[in-house]
Design a protein around this ligand. Structure first.
Ligand SMILES: [Zn+2]
Length: 347
């Protein structure tokens, strides 16, 4: 039994203690000296068979000790549901991923390193490695995702350089190699592979795919992931907003074809307009839009892959979000399955 060390012990008054600062925080009133020492022991961890011995040593009755343990249940670590694997996190990586480990531990009430070890076995496909795609990849690597895959074959050009893009020295290199070089210079040794060399069955096993686009997404790009039954998430930058779709799980949630159908219902000229926007060279991934999108996408992917590893996912996680640049308003959005879409027929 161990209280999650990331739920900080705080004193509200000299006699009242608070464990943790979030919604699971526990307040303990009128603590005796013995109870206070019992809490300290629980922060260090107590083996089940030691409990009665420690209770006796502190001069507590079995009942008192049992009640105290029950009262801190919300902040106790639980056993990790992830299967043990052979991967080990390097010391440098652990030192740099301090906040990731704390966050993972608070999210799932388990040892944070166990969550990151689960992520080391996950693979994510990012189809476009321009700035936004790069930021998403770097964030995923920072959070412990072990394998990044892309079919991006473009080279780093002037438009990809900058403080939120690639460093100038990497100009002219394939973007995939440039991403690999950036990661190689950090303690996070995420593997970077080209999707072209992966066998079909490996592509089907990708945990999640990210589609990055401006204004509209070419339907062929999401048809691929729909057909492979791979969950995917779409980022779209447009003239007013940046959109991050909900995690689309083929066969379960509404899909991006449903969204297109819905738009056509709302404006019958939409398909004609969309075709023109598809060939537009305009870019809308300004720094604010790019970093907002990367933050939301990373959170959604981690939530998804942690779920695959056996950790719980909150139901609220099923919405998409958009940021309106003019007003700063962040809005939640989802869409229903469209009756004309093939995904309804599969139900
Ligand atoms: Zn659909």
């Amino acid at each position: 039994m161990r209280i999650n060390p990331n739920q900080q012990p705080l004193w509200r008054t000299p006699f009242e203690m608070q464990l943790g600062t979030g919604k699971d925080s526990v307040i303990l009133k009128n603590l005796t000296n013995a109870q206070e020492r019992m809490i300290a022991a629980l922060y260090n961890g107590i083996a089940d068979q030691q409990l009665s011995h420690i209770t006796e040593q502190l001069g507590l009755t079995n009942d008192e000790s049992k009640r105290l343990v029950e009262s801190v249940g919300e902040v106790m670590l639980t056993e990790s549901p992830a299967k043990p694997n052979k991967i080990k996190l390097g010391d440098d990586f652990i030192a740099g991923a301090f906040a990731e480990i704390i966050r993972a531990s608070l999210l799932h009430s388990v040892d944070g390193e166990a969550v990151l070890l689960g992520r080391a076995e996950r693979s994510v496909h990012v189809d476009d490695l321009s700035r936004a795609g790069l930021q998403i990849c770097l964030g995923l690597a920072a959070a412990g995702i072990g394998h990044l895959i892309s079919h991006d074959e473009a080279k780093v050009d002037k438009a990809n350089l900058g403080p939120t893009g690639f460093p100038s020295q990497l100009i002219g290199q394939p973007r995939l190699d440039a991403l690999r070089s950036i990661l190689a210079a950090s303690p996070n040794k995420a593997l970077v592979s080209t999707g072209k060399k992966l066998a079909k069955n490996r592509l089907q096993k990708i945990d999640c795919a990210v589609l990055v686009s401006h204004q509209v997404i070419d339907p062929r790009r999401y048809a691929t992931w729909n057909n492979r039954d791979v969950p995917h998430i779409a980022v779209t930058f447009d003239a007013e907003r940046v959109w991050v779709s909900p995690m689309i799980v083929p066969g379960q949630t509404a899909c991006l074809f449903c969204l297109e159908q819905m738009r056509t219902d709302a404006d019958s000229s939409w398909p004609v307009i969309a075709t023109q926007l598809l060939t537009s060279q305009k870019r809308f991934d300004d720094a604010a839009s790019q970093l907002f999108a990367a933050g939301i996408v990373i959170q959604k992917i981690l939530s998804r892959v942690d779920k695959v590893a056996g950790f719980e996912q909150a139901a609220e996680n099923l919405s998409g979000f958009s940021l309106e640049l003019a007003t700063g308003a962040v809005s939640e959005f989802t869409w229903p399955k469209h009756e004309a879409c093939e995904c309804v027929a599969k139900d």
